[in-house]
Design a protein around this ligand. Structure first.
Ligand code: DAH
Length: 339
């Protein structure tokens, strides 16, 4: 019996002295492994008188269990000590609240687009979508801009194929003809979306920008309807009535065509936004050219319409006082967080 007690004593002392889990396991093997001292005791059993064997065997088994229990206790203690020292070293504070996920926000262009969609829907317009990769036909031909027309020069185009049939749309105006093909007149639509031009970029030009095209097709549409609709639109955007003025503007798909300017909503007698003129240039528009109606499958004797192209990027810049269009698509979080 003493030999077993001494063995347990010895095992406990060695286990307690082991500095890490590996050392503890080595001690465990030395005692309970195949060649360990506990096994050596077991091997003695056949040499004992038969009446002593059972009691001896039981006591050796108890010894083995006692060693294993001590091993486990030591391993647990080592693990707890390691965790405690890790925590101390890393300033871990389990009482702190968990970090919150970062909250995103809608891009200012998305915000303005949605606002305008609501506004137009309240005026009976339907919101349509058009492809960003467009056929030359819709982007130019059907808009009364034939292949050799100089107006193509001002729309520095990204071509998508050698033949020039596929282009990145340079404006949202192709949505006009697609709408005429799809809808039964009379109708009113807007087409918001991205446009692309092969520009040398600067504070007011980027290769990708946003527009919102508008088109109304009905009987006997006049410039008076156009002006009325544009004033309502501007009042919706700037939340008050703004005086407007019309200057002639050339766009092949409208006749007559206009540049519609609004009184600067930010000043009375000139500021940096209106470049001291008190007018801001916002809305090119006009009455739909008969050739465009024809390209859309409508009879210009029967149907007429007005169209406008709202520069969304420009509008957002005006409203949010953004000084460089290139911020818009920069993906810069510090820019986006402000909206
Ligand atoms: N599509 C023209 C552009 O991007 C803008 C425009 C002008 C649209 C007159 C219109 C319009 O609908 O009537 O330069």
């Amino acid at each position: 019996m003493e030999d077993r007690e001494a063995l347990l004593e010895d095992a406990r002392a060695q286990i307690d002295a082991a500095a890490d889990a590996d050392a503890v396991k080595a001690v465990e093997r030395a005692f309970t492994g195949k060649k360990g001292s506990v096994s050596a005791l077991m091997a003695k059993i056949p040499t004992l008188p038969p009446e002593e064997r059972k009691a001896f065997g039981q006591s050796v088994n108890e010894l083995k269990r006692a060693i294993q229990a001590h091993v486990q206790a030591r391993l647990d203690a080592l693990a707890a000590a390691e965790l405690a020292s890790d925590r101390e070293a890393s300033d871990f504070d389990p009482t702190l609240p968990p970090p919150r996920p970062q909250r995103g926000s809608l891009h200012p262009i998305t915000q303005v687009t949605r606002e305008l969609e609501d506004l137009f829907e309240s005026m009976g317009y339907e919101v349509l979508d058009g492809p960003e990769v467009e056929l030359d036909f819709y982007n130019f031909e059907a808009l009364n801009i034939p292949a050799d027309h100089p107006a193509r020069d001002s729309q520095d185009t990204f071509f998508c194929d050698e033949a020039g049939h596929l282009v990145m749309r340079t404006h949202t105006s192709p949505g006009q003809v697609r709408a005429m093909e799809r809808l039964e007149p009379p109708f009113r639509i807007v087409v918001p979306g991205k446009c692309f031009r092969q520009e040398t970029t600067d504070a007011t030009h980027d290769h990708t920008f946003h527009q919102m095209e508008g088109l109304v097709v009905a009987k006997d549409v006049s410039v008076a309807h156009l002006i009325g609709a544009m004033k309502t639109l501007l009042a919706g955007i700037f939340e008050r009535e703004l005086d407007v003025r019309m200057r002639p503007g050339f766009f092949p798909f409208v006749e007559p065509g206009f540049e519609l300017d609004a009184r600067c909503p930010f000043c009375e007698d000139g500021c940096s936004v209106c470049k001291q003129t008190t007018w801001i240039e916002l809305l090119p528009c006009g009455l739909v050219h008969p050739n465009v109606l024809r390209a859309g499958g409508l009879d210009p004797e029967e149907w007429s319409g007005f169209a406008f192209g709202l520069g969304l990027s420009r509008l957002v810049m005006l409203r949010e006082e953004i000084d460089d269009i290139r911020h818009m698509l920069s993906g810069n979080v510090r820019f986006l967080e402000q909206f």
